[in-house]
Write a protein of this length. Sequence first.
Lengths: 64, 312
Amino acid sequence: MKIHLSHPTRDAELKGPKRVADIFKELQLIPEAFLIIRGQDLMTEDEIVADGDSIEVRPVISGG
Amino acid sequence: MKCRKCPQRAVLGMPRHNTAFCGPCLTEFVRAQVQKAIKAQAMFSPDDHILVAVSGGKDSLTLWEILLKLGYRADALYVDLGIAGYSERSHEKVERFARDVAESCGSKLIIHTVEEDAGAGIKELATLVKRPTCSTCGTIKRYQFNRVAWENKYDVMATGHNLDDEAARLLGNVLQWQEEYLQKQSPTLPASVEGFSKKVKPLYRMTEREIAAYAVVNRIDYLVEECPMAKGAKMLVYKDVLNRLEMESPGTKHRFYYGFLDKQKNTAATSSSSMTAMDQTTLLPCTTCAQPTTAGTCSFCRMMARAKSATR
C-alpha cells in the first residue's frame, strides 16, 4: 500500500493487507494525533487497508 | 466498527466517550457539543454579532462553518502575516471558504494585511524587534482581532481554540506556575473595560482529532500544512505528552481541563465580575492607540515603535 504523510511531506510503502491500528504501530505514530483517509473517507482503527490501496496519514495537531 | 447511534459504518472512534460515529452522527454530535459550550459558558445569543478569527486551518474554518450552520450571525477576520508561501496558501483557503460557504449565509470576510500596516511581514518584524516570531505573531493577532471587533462593534470575538489547545496551555501554565495566566484561562472572557471585546472559545469541548474529522466529513477545505514558524514550539511538546497520556488513559485531556474549569468555577477571583473588577483597576487606555493596557503604552505600540526605530 502507498502511504502519504505530512509534516514533513513524504511517501512510504507497507505490505498489505493491514489493520489501521497496525499501520499506526508500524509507523510509530500516536493514533490520537492523526487521521487515516482513504479517498475522501475516514478509516477507523479496526478497518483493513488492502495491499493496492493508497491512504493519507493526516496530522491533526497544530502549534496553536 | 459500527456507529453507536445508527446502523451505519463508523468513521471515527472516540475512546474518551467510549463511542463511535458515522459521518452524519459525528456532525450532529460536534454541533451539539459546540451549542452546549455556547450555552454553558454564556458565550453569545442568536442576536449577537460574532467575529470569528480565521487562519485557514481546520479549527477556525470549522468553527466558522458550525456557527453559520447553527444559525448565528458570524463574520470572520483573517490576518495575513506575510509568511512567504504559507500566507498565500492560507489566504486562498479562507477566501475560498468565504466565497463557497459563508457568502450564501450573508456572512463577510475582513482581511488585515500585516505588511500593509507595519511595512514588513511577521518574520522581518520579529527580527527587527528581536523577539521570537510566535510571540510577535501573538501580539499582532490579539491586537488586530480586538481592534477590528471593537471598531466594528461586534458583540463577541470567537477563536478556534480546542480541548488540546486549552489542555496544553494549562499544562504549560501549571508547569511554570503562571498563576496570573491561569486566572484568565477561561472559555469566556468578559468585555471588562472600554476597548476590550468579549472573547470566547466555542470549540473547547472538542479535541483536535474530532474537529479534523468533522472537517473531513463535511468537506471543509482547510490548509493541512503547519505554520513553518511553529516548528519547535513548546505547545507541540505539551500536546505530544498529553496525547501519549491520552492513549494510555482515554479522557485524560478532558478530565485535566474540565477539572480545572470546575475548580475555577468555585474560585471567586476567576468569576466574570471579579475579572472585570480586576481589569478595571489595572487597565488604562494606551497613550498611543487607546486600547486597554497595564503599561502606559501597549505592547503592540511599543513593538511597532521599536520596529520603526530599527529601520531608521
